[in-house]
Design a protein. Structure first.
Length: 74
């Protein structure tokens, strides 16, 4: 099982969701991806993306202006 962490800070909608989709496509089942975003719309876009892909949102947090999502590939 691989754990990958990526900063998508500074990217604006729809780039965080598009890049997350591409990163998830390169992972194997059970792998974990943690992303950090500064775009407030990512709080809506990332969960919607995961509903489409069927992957699991293990956790999400907001610290200041940074949103952090931990995703498990199905």
């Amino acid at each position: 099982m691989t754990e990958k962490s990526v900063s998508l800070r500074g990217l604006k909608c729809p780039l965080p969701a598009l890049k997350t989709r591409k990163l998830l496509a390169g992972l194997a089942a059970g792998d974990t991806l943690t992303i950090e975003c500064t775009d407030p719309l990512a709080a809506i876009d990332i969960p919607n993306l995961l509903r489409e892909t069927g992957d699991t949102l293990d956790s999400s947090a907001k610290d200041g202006g940074v949103l952090t999502f931990t995703i498990r590939k199905r």
